[in-house]
Design a protein around this ligand. Structure first.
Ligand code: SAM
Ligand code: DTB
Ligand code: SF4
Length: 322
């Protein structure tokens, strides 16, 4: 549903829930295996001390949170984590760094080596490192990076009240650089930051009108972390998350829609409904970047209970030796 208007997106968000689910499920079944979920494991390779002021983020150095600035991980540590994630059933591995932007030099070279290491395990490799130039994107592509995560987070309008240290256009520019390098785009947002329904519609409208549409769309529910400006936001209504996922599925039929941050406080039933609405990936592993996520065993149990299967691993890859 490219060229969808903002009004159409808004009308979808306003639909009664059950007919909305009917539509989303029909789109889902037309374009995806309805019983298949991808497990993606996250690892923070450089934690905390970030100069940006994203109001939701515990890694910003401007807020006093439990997350402190840490040294960057070694390549071997990252490859070992990726190998473990693969053993536990993940097929995609995403490396995050608390950077405003990528700077050329030893730290970037280390990330390039991390990507090579993760790829050698046969995993899909994704990274989220902040702003990226086109030549840096090309370097990551050459190292084998499959996808780059860079979220628009919310509407252009609401963005200004959440982050002041960069602009929506900065974000769009990085997404363009990622595209030009031939890396697939992972781009989504967060609900529960005090945004209006209009802002949510605007975000989905912007995402759906990217050309081409993102291959991967993470929908996060705010994890309200003590010490951040958003620490007192009320929890997201699970039905709002279901709606957001359903509309994302309808307007971006080919995308892998990821039920992302916020699952720790979501019931099993609500998670099931999100998957019915079109989410076909979860973050898997007991930590997201710095906050809690359900334990692996609980997730596998949930998938088993629902009769869902996980995306099969790439068996051509070298055995894990790290
Ligand atoms: N520093 C890089 C950047 O901001 O692009 C990459 C890492 S950043 C932590 C990746 C994404 O995580 C953010 O764009 C945001 O959407 C999401 N995120 C961060 N903190 C969150 C929170 N407390 N709750 C939900 N999502 C969050
Ligand atoms: C995304 O949209 N969500 C993930 C991933 N992309 C990198 C990150 C969620 C982070 C939640 C807060 C934390 O654990 O620090
Ligand atoms: Fe830094 Fe990314 Fe957190 Fe913003 S979201 S403060 S850029 S780590």
């Amino acid at each position: 549903m490219a060229n969808v208007s903002r009004e159409e997106v808004r009308n979808l968000l306003d639909m009664p829930l059950l007919p909305l689910l009917d539509r989303a499920r029909a789109v889902h079944l037309k374009h995806h295996q309805g019983n298949e979920v991808q497990l993606c494991t996250l690892l923070s390779v450089k934690t905390g001390g970030c100069p940006e002021d994203c109001s939701y983020c515990p890694q910003s150095s401007r807020y006093d949170t439990v997350v402190g600035a840490e040294r960057m991980l070694d390549v071997a540590q990252v490859v070992a984590s990726a190998a473990r994630a693969r053993e536990l059933g993940a097929t995609r591995f995403c490396m995050g760094a608390a950077w405003r932007e990528v700077k050329d030099g030893p730290a970037f070279e280390r990330v390039v080596d991390m990507v090579r290491g993760v790829k050698s395990l046969g995993l899909e490799a994704c990274a989220t490192l902040g702003m990226l130039t086109e030549s840096q994107a090309v370097r990551l592509k050459e190292a084998g990076l499959d996808a780059y995560n860079h979220n628009l987070d919310t509407s252009r309008e609401a963005y200004r009240s959440i982050i002041t240290t960069r602009t929506y256009d900065d974000r769009l520019r990085t997404l363009q650089n990622v595209r030009s390098a031939g890396i697939s785009v992972c781009c989504g947002g967060i609900i529960g930051m005090g945004e209006s329904l209009e802002d949510r519609a605007e975000l989905l409208h912007t995402l759906a009108n990217l050309e081409p549409q993102p291959e991967s769309v993470p929908i996060n529910a705010l994890v309200a972390v003590e010490g951040t400006p958003l620490e007192h936001m009320p929890p997201v209504d699970p039905f709002d998350l279901v709606r957001m996922i359903a509309v994302a599925r309808i307007v971006m039929p080919h995308a892998r829609v990821r039920l992302s941050a916020g699952r720790s406080t979501l019931s099993r039933e609500a998670q099931a409904m999100c998957m019915f609405a079109g989410a076909n990936s979860i973050f898997y592993g007991e930590k997201l970047l710095t906050t809690a996520n359900p334990e692996e065993a609980a997730d596998l149990d949930l998938l088993r209970t629902l009769g869902l299967s996980t995306l099969a691993p790439n068996t051509d890859a070298a055995p894990a030796t790290a």
